[in-house]
Design a binder for this molecule. Sequence first.
Ligand code: EPU
Length: 357
Amino acid sequence: MGARIAIVLIFICDQCPAMTEPTLSLIPDFDLSARNTLALTARSRFGVLLDRPEQIEALFALAEERNLPLRLLGGGSNVVLSEHFEGITALLATKGRRIVATHADAVVVEAAAGEIWHDLVTWTVEQGLGGLENLALIPGTVGAAPVQNIGAYGAELADFFDSLTAYDRLEGRAREFGPAECAFGYRDSLFKRSPGRFVVLSLRLRLPKPWQPNLRFAGLAELAGEAELSPALVMARVIALRQSKLPDWRLTPNAGSFFQNPIVTQEQAAPILVEFPAAPNFAQTDGRLKLSAGWLIEQSDLKGFRLGPAGISERHALVVVNYGGAVASDIAALAAHVKRTVLARFGVALHEEPIFL
Ligand code: EPU
């Protein structure tokens, strides 16, 4: 492999002062193996690092000019990257977080898309601001968080959402989005449903005052009696819970939950609940039931199952692991096997949570 040569392209933006001209450095044959938490062997014809939101327009113009496909990457924690991408992979590395408003009933914080989600959670808790502590340790960036409406331990991003700024490639401008427009659902949003159209640039979250601890989740309920209950204490428990259940991607590369928990009709669930009355199930507002994908996979005898270099974690059946040297096709083959097996055993179709890029 030859040494990487950085081609520096200067774009003149007629609305920007001379000092803030967006400069893009295209890196050829860009290695992404260390930039996805599944540690898949993956390369891109070009890579580019964006550290200022103004560079977005220049990036789209460049991709169009060169007639190359473009994809955006945050923390690489919820993606299955193809072995080779014949285009430009842009990494959003914009930084910054601040309190933007203090109201009687809430504090609004803002963070740039490239910030690490867990660092934002820790920072808010350090500021004495509660709300995000149940969402501690979720891997990935702030910009990726609203795309799949991240959630854990009885909370999800939508609960704290104020607004976000995203660049709309179709309209050719950045604009603000309120909660209704984002159309958040379970691990879903407008941005997830329109791949390639939007780039989230910054996110604003509304943290209610006074703090209302959310201890509904089984592993947190026992904290209710604590005299010194604080966001920091809940965060510490959430971190301990996650560490006890989920393999650490730094040690065992993975992308967190690999399948969404399926939401099925009462009719679909009935035979499962007759055979296994204790099968985990959660009633939805529309009368359907959310089943546990981890449970279905474990009951299909797939916990710890391996196919080549990929496998289902021995610790948590919802987590797909790269045991070394896996590429996207290994992950796809394993996922297809799991989906086939669960469908044959329980008649339930599973859907992947990560995006295949
Ligand atoms: N279960 C099994 N076997 C397993 C794992 C789980 O039978 O190997 C069953 C157990 O009965 C358990 C139930 O599944 O009680 C639920 O498991 P868990 O509490 O771990 O939650 P989950 O539904 O598997 C979801 C999120 C996680 C989040 C946890 C905690 C999804 C797809 N996953 O997992 O999110 O951390 O709840 O709130 O909704 C992620 O999105 O990457 C992620 C880790």
